[in-house]
Design a protein around this ligand. Structure first.
Ligand code: SF4
Length: 132
């Protein structure tokens, strides 16, 4: 008789977290995209949501966004395009981040600037870890 034991499959209870970068054409917009890529490398429950597809009404992108159980809008500046993009698909952001306001970073055209990147990522990681 086999002594092998049945080990139940471990079901992941992690919430799917939708990260929505504004991806604006400026330093703070680029920061939001880099932040999402770095979070994907670190966590396995991140859903990268394409902000532009939501107001354009692209069904697959809207359906993908709605799979997330928690939404974080990552806005470069106070225009809050990521927050508005979510609203256009009738989704309220659970957390709204505005880089220029929250981290006092001036918006400019230095696309590769990393000023404030670490602070942004630390903040997003803090939120992700609170949700897990
Ligand atoms: S939130 Fe600001 S930085 Fe981001 S896309 Fe909109 S205007 Fe550009």
């Amino acid at each position: 008789m086999s002594e092998a034991q049945t080990v139940p499959c471990e079901v992941s209870k992690k919430k799917v977290i939708g990260l929505l970068p504004c991806s604006g054409a400026c330093n703070v917009g680029m920061m939001t995209t880099r932040c999402v890529i770095d979070m994907i490398d670190t966590y396995d429950n991140i859903n990268f949501v394409c902000a532009l597809g939501l107001p354009l009404g692209i069904p697959n992108i809207i359906n993908n966004a709605k799979k997330s159980e928690y939404h974080i809008a990552l806005n470069g500046c106070e225009v809050e395009c990521a927050t508005k993009a979510l609203k256009s698909a009738n989704i309220e952001a659970d957390t709204v981040i505005v880089v220029t306001k929250d981290f006092e970073i001036k918006k400019n055209k230095q696309f590769r600037s990393l000023e404030g990147q670490k602070e942004l990522e630390d903040r997003v990681e803090q939120i992700i870890n609170q949700i897990l």
